[in-house]
Design a protein around this ligand. Sequence first.
Ligand SMILES: [Zn+2]
Length: 88
Amino acid sequence: MSAAQPETCDACLRRAFLVAALAPRIAGLLERPRARVAGLLALSESDLLAAVAGSHAARLVEDLDRRDFAGERVRLANAAVHAAARAG
Ligand SMILES: [Zn+2]
């Protein structure tokens, strides 16, 4: 381990959690040949939710709004340190 990694901003963390929450649905779309998956990840949060989340969109936004990104940042940093220690 050398220099500290740059901190991920709240917007990037929020996006990461959004995509993680939608991943099973996006994977489901990938199995449907006619689904338009290309470009999904380039959509804004609201467009992506409209395209993929269906009736779960409101709950997902609530989850994201409630999430403690400062706490998540610490948790993820600790996880990375432990992963690096195991790998070493
Ligand atoms: Zn960012």
